[in-house]
Design a protein. Structure first.
Length: 274
C-alpha cells in the first residue's frame, strides 16, 4: 500500500543540527494532519516477567515492569508519521511525502544498559550508534521542541495518536517530556497521558484481537495487504509509517466502522495496560 497520493515516501532523518527546522515543518501542518503514528526504538527489556507472571496478564504488574525498564534505559529513536483522515501524508508541495525519524544521543553503547540481542538487531537494520552519539538529539532539547510543536495538550485539536503495542512508546515519550522517571502507579501514568495527549490514543495491537488479527506489526500488515512504503523494520520512522498504513486499512473494515469494535475499547487502550 502506497500513500493515497501515490507519491514516494521519504523518511526525514533528524539530528541535533536540523531539529528546529523539522519541528517547524511539523508545526506548520499539524492543523491539517491530525492522525499521528508513533514508534520508538530502545535497547531491549532488561527486566522480563517469567511465564507464570506473564500469564496473569495483570495491567498493574505489566506497568511496574514497564516502568522498571524505561526508568533504567535510554531511547535510541522515535518515529512520527502524520496524516489526514484519508491517510495522506504531508508533501509540502514537493514530489514526495514525508515522515520523521528522530535520532537521540542519550544512549551510550559503551556505558548504558542494554540487551545484546536488541542492539545487534538494530545494528543489522542500519542504526548507527556512533553517529547518534556524536550528532544525535539531546532528549531535553527534543522535549522543549515537542512541547511547542502543537503535538501535545491537544484536548481541543482532535488529534488521534496511533501505535502498535505502544505502551513502551508512550512511556519513553512521557519520560522525555517530563525529564523524570515514570509515575509510581498505572493510574498516575494514564493521567499523564491524558494531560499530554488527550483521550484519543489507539493501539492497533489491542484492537486487532477484536477483529481476528493476531501477531506482530509485520504479520498484521501482511494480513491487511499493507506493504512497507519506506525504510526497514525496526527503524522508528518506517515502523511508524507502517503502523499508520495499517490503521487506515483497519478503518475500512466493517467491524471497525460499526460500534461493535469501538464499544470494546476503553479510553487509552494500550496493549498490556488494560
Amino acid at each position: 500500500m502506497a500513500s493515497p497520493s501515490k507519491k514516494s515516501v521519504i523518511v526525514r532523518q533528524v539530528f541535533a543540527k536540523n531539529l528546529d527546522r523539522e519541528f517547524g515543518m511539523i508545526k506548520s501542518v499539524i492543523d491539517r494532519y491530525s492522525f499521528i503514528s508513533m514508534d520508538t526504538e530502545f535497547p531491549g527489556m532488561i527486566f522480563k516477567q517469567d511465564q507464570r507472571i506473564f500469564q496473569l496478564r495483570n495491567p498493574v504488574i505489566n506497568y511496574q515492569y514497564m516502568k522498571s525498564n524505561i526508568d533504567s534505559l535510554k531511547i535510541i529513536q522515535l518515529g512520527l508519521a502524520l496524516s489526514d483522515s484519508e491517510g495522506n501524508l504531508p508533501d509540502f508541495d514537493t514530489p514526495f511525502c514525508y515522515v520523521w525519524e528522530f535520532n537521540f544521543k542519550d544512549f551510550d553503547i559503551d556505558k548504558d544498559r542494554f540487551v545484546a540481542e536488541s542492539i545487534d538487531l538494530l545494528k543489522q537494520q542500519s542504526i548507527d550508534f556512533v553517529k547518534n552519539k556524536e550528532h544525535g538529539i539531546d532528549s531535553r532539547d527534543f522535549a522543549m521542541m515537542f512541547s511547542n510543536s502543537g503535538l501535545v495538550f491537544n484536548y481541543f485539536k482532535g488529534l488521534t495518536w496511533i501505535t502498535f503495542h505502544g505502551a513502551y512508546d508512550f512511556g519513553f515519550l512521557v519520560k522525555i517530556l517530563t525529564q523524570q522517571p515514570l509515575p509510581c502507579d498505572l493510574d498516575s501514568f494514564k493521567r499523564q497521558l491524558i494531560y499530554f495527549f488527550g483521550y484519543m490514543i489507539f493501539d492497533i495491537k489491542h484492537t486487532s484481537k477484536f477483529l481476528g488479527l493476531h501477531g506482530g506489526l509485520e504479520k498484521v500488515a501482511k494480513t491487511l495487504n499493507v506493504a512497507r512504503a519506506a525504510g526497514l523494520s525496526h527503524q522508528a520512522g518506517s515502523d511508524s509509517l507502517l503502523t499508520l498504513q495499517c490503521f487506515m486499512e483497519l478503518k475500512k473494515l466493517k467491524d471497525f466502522q460499526s460500534n461493535r469494535c469501538n464499544q470494546m475499547l476503553p479510553a487509552i487502550a494500550l496493549y498490556g495496560l488494560v
